[in-house]
Design a binder for this molecule. Structure first.
Ligand code: FAD
Length: 467
């Protein structure tokens, strides 16, 4: 990346005044680390903010919101920087970067973790596993806890422990007016943060409920030949229906990685993969996972007892920073014949080996939550299908985006989308992510906490002006 001067600058005197009161640091376009500070995980978003403010605490957060408002600049909020639509950066505005705020306090007696919102999942997994505790986290450990949790949170413990939002017990938030609020004083705000994204303020800490997990889980991936995909998808659904809550699986229609456990001849070829994590009694591990590992003769099978922290990082190498990436998703009630045929055809037509289709199994603890209890309200669907469309650079990126949009439109034209699995966050996407009554309640909360839509770089719920 090269650094051109931004078209909009905050005055030097203003920034000097602002910096004087800051515990963290302002990174400006003229600073040598500006390119690193402005970059996010998704290489498709090459933006040049007027400044990146690395906040060291709540006071910095309050002042940064004030700076953006007084200068009339856009405000992008960044935790782990994994926003697929690129909401955690912007041109010419202020990036409020929380990545210095990585404190975690685990209370093993109360089974709670209080987490500052610059943490990524590897931070939380390491700290909580010290006590053989965990909460549903991301499949890739560099993902930010904050953005992930505020959208819902689907991971390897979804069926055992619920979504991450189902374990969100409290939060502290700095509002658009720079005021500190706690969800203890407003349960409705807690409800909104449980799936309503970054619409209501900057969350500075999250309280998450922890569960007994580990230190080892039984987890891995089984690889099958692509020509058996149709039968495998049908049989996979049958097994999902009777799987115990302690087992969470996903099915990938993908290309085999170049890895030692994959036979040389199969590397780079289309394969069906079933990944799973059993977090229950180790003695039952073989029995509960075997049905998923014998749907067809396997090419490779990596299931084994392994450390939970290690398993949480197992996919990291496949998701490096800097590629161009787009997500498109739909909830599905079932893998009916039409859906299976559509998915199998798409697998045969994958545009490149970086692009894949993931079917996440839901249900279990996540499926038993009352839809009105959290802003993440889609509880009656058994799967989320997510198309991860990637290219090494800009060449061909528009084509893979279109391919993934077309696939989801064919598969499930009217299905709701999952806000964490969208590459755009358009008004239409956001509306279809929530049932109408949930959306209406989110608008009311937005009207109360952010009537000027200061927090609009997100899967936005615009406020409705009543005058
Ligand atoms: C490699 C990869 C793997 C993923 N795996 C999963 C997965 O397994 N399961 C899943 O459910 N999702 C997954 N996601 C999607 C992920 O949950 C979202 O992209 C999420 O927004 C990332 O959070 P972040 O903090 O890293 O992102 P950021 O880019 O830092 O933030 C994204 C947005 O969240 C909001 N936000 C972030 N922090 C705050 C805060 N403190 N206060 C208020 N608003 C805030 C802002 O609107 C911000 O624009 C994955 C994404 C990637 C790139």
């Amino acid at each position: 990346m090269t650094t051109e001067p931004t078209t909009r600058q905050v005055g030097d005197a203003t920034l000097a005044d602002f910096s004087a009161g800051l515990r963290g640091r302002v990174v400006r376009p003229s600073d040598p680390d500006f390119d690193q500070a402005r970059s996010i995980w998704n290489g498709a978003h090459d933006r040049r903010p007027a400044a990146v403010v690395r906040c060291a605490g709540v006071s910095d957060v309050m002042n940064t919101i004030g700076l953006a408002r007084s200068e009339g600049l856009a405000l992008a909020v960044r935790a782990g920087g994994h926003s697929i639509p690129g909401f955690s950066t912007c041109d010419d505005g202020i990036v409020l970067d929380l990545s210095l705020m990585r404190g975690i306090r685990v209370d093993p007696q109360q089974r709670r973790a209080t987490i500052q919102t610059g943490c990524v999942w590897s931070d939380v997994d390491v700290e909580t596993q010290q006590f053989n505790l965990a909460v549903t986290g991301g499949l890739v450990s560099s993902t930010g806890v904050a953005g992930f949790t505020l959208g819902g949170g689907v991971g390897w413990l979804t069926r055992q422990c619920g979504l991450t939002v189902d374990n969100l017990a409290g939060a502290e938030v700095i509002t658009a007016d720079g005021e500190w609020v706690t969800t203890r004083d407003d349960p409705n705000l807690l409800w909104g943060l449980q799936g309503g994204g970054g619409n209501f303020g900057v969350v500075t800490s999250l309280d998450l409920v922890l569960h007994d997990v580990g230190p080892t889980v039984f987890a891995g991936m089984v690889f099958y030949r692509a020509d058996a995909a149709e039968d495998i998808l049908g049989a996979y659904q049958d097994q999902c229906r009777s799987a115990p809550d302690g087992l969470t699986t996903l099915l990938k229609l993908t290309s085999a990685p170049v890895a030692p456990f994959v036979p040389e001849a199969a590397r780079g070829t289309p394969v069906v993969v079933i990944g799973g994590c059993w977090a229950g009694d180790p003695a039952a591990a073989e029995g509960v996972t075997r049905p998923f590992r014998s749907l067809s003769p396997p090419i490779a099978d990596t299931y084994a007892a392994r450390g939970y922290v290690e398993w949480q990082q197992a996919l990291d190498a496949q998701f490096p920073r800097g590629l161009h990436c787009y997500f498109r998703s739909a909830f599905l009630a079932a893998l009916d014949d039409r859906a299976i045929r559509t998915l199998v055809k798409a697998h045969a037509e994958l545009p490149n080996t970086l692009t894949e289709i993931i079917v996440h199994q839901l249900g279990g603890a996540a499926g038993r939550v009352d839809p009105a209890a959290t802003a993440f309200a889609v509880r009656d669907q058994d799967y989320i299908v997510n198309v991860i469309a990637r290219t090494a650079g800009s060449a061909g990126f528009d084509d893979v985006k279109k391919w993934s949009r077309d696939l989801i439109s064919t598969l499930a034209p009217a299905a709701p989308t999952y806000v964490n699995f969208t590459g755009e966050g358009s008004a239409e996407d956001v509306r279809t992510a929530y049932p109408p009554s949930t959306y209406q309640r989110l608008v009311e909360l937005k009207n109360r906490y952010d009537p000027d839509n200061v927090f609009r770089l997100n899967q936005n719920i615009p406020p409705v002006r009543t005058v």
